[in-house]
Design a protein around this ligand. Structure first.
Ligand SMILES: *Cc1c(COP(=O)(O)O)cnc(C)c1O
Length: 221
């Protein structure tokens, strides 16, 4: 009950054009089902093992987004069903995703993850690395992945100006890549940015997809 109310309340605070990825990591099936019953279909997980375990237990029209750092040797466990991979940060990883997508006879939508935060610990590409990846001839040969946009996480800080600056950078990267590499590709359209603490700023700066955990499911341990 509580989840349904939080979900409904949350959805009223964001534009209809912004997609909600309900981040259900560490949360049990019952809570996910509650959100599902109130209409939520996109859920995000950040551990391969948890995602692979939850998927077969829950309704099969759920769209599972993998939002964590993906290790190459684990791609095969999510490739059969995952709806979107948010954390692509190398060509090597993308090549493995493509290989597993071929095996499963499908195309896997992917987001390039950018490093926009100050913290050194967060994964992601810079603009030069993204350009190198997209310009590489090995990339051009990958037919079973689709680059649907980009993703990034802002610094964990109370400084709203800094968060805004970082999201603005991400939006700028998106626009540059769109102009240079995807100008006639309609599927390159997503900017996945914004979490429970910073989604309002992210939306003001052009987010098309927010990844929200705490504000829907409550805090995690
Ligand atoms: C956990 C997580 C989120 C959701 O975080 P909340 O602050 O609980 O909304 C979003 N994105 C990523 C990549 C995450 O790992």
């Amino acid at each position: 009950m509580e989840i349904q109310q939080r979900l409904t309340a949350f959805l009223q605070t964001i534009p209809k054009s912004v997609q909600l990825v309900a981040v259900s990591k560490t949360k049990p099936d019952e809570l996910i089902l509650e959100a599902y019953k109130s209409g939520q279909r996109i859920f995000g997980e950040n551990k391969v093992q948890d995602l692979a375990a939850k998927c077969p237990r829950l309704p099969n029209d759920i769209q599972w987004h993998f939002i964590g750092h993906l290790q190459r040797n684990k791609v095969k466990f999510v490739a059969p069903f995952v709806s979107m991979l948010h954390g692509i940060d190398s060509l090597k990883l993308l090549i493995e995703v493509n290989k597993q997508a071929v095996k499963n006879d499908r195309i896997i939508p992917c987001l390039l993850q950018f490093h926009i935060a100050e913290e050194a610990t967060k994964f992601g590409l810079n603009m030069q690395e993204a350009e190198d990846l997209l310009g590489d001839e090995r990339f051009q040969q990958l037919k079973n992945i689709r680059i649907s946009g980009i993703m990034g996480m802002a610094t964990y800080t109370s400084d709203e100006n800094q968060i805004r600056r970082e999201f603005r950078n991400l939006k700028q990267y998106f626009q540059l890549l769109k102009d240079r590499h995807f100008s006639d590709d309609l599927s390159f359209k997503e900017i996945s940015m914004g979490m429970s603490g910073d989604y309002r700023i992210a939306i003001e700066e052009g987010s098309t997809m927010v990844r929200i955990g705490t504000k829907i499911f409550g805090s995690r341990n």
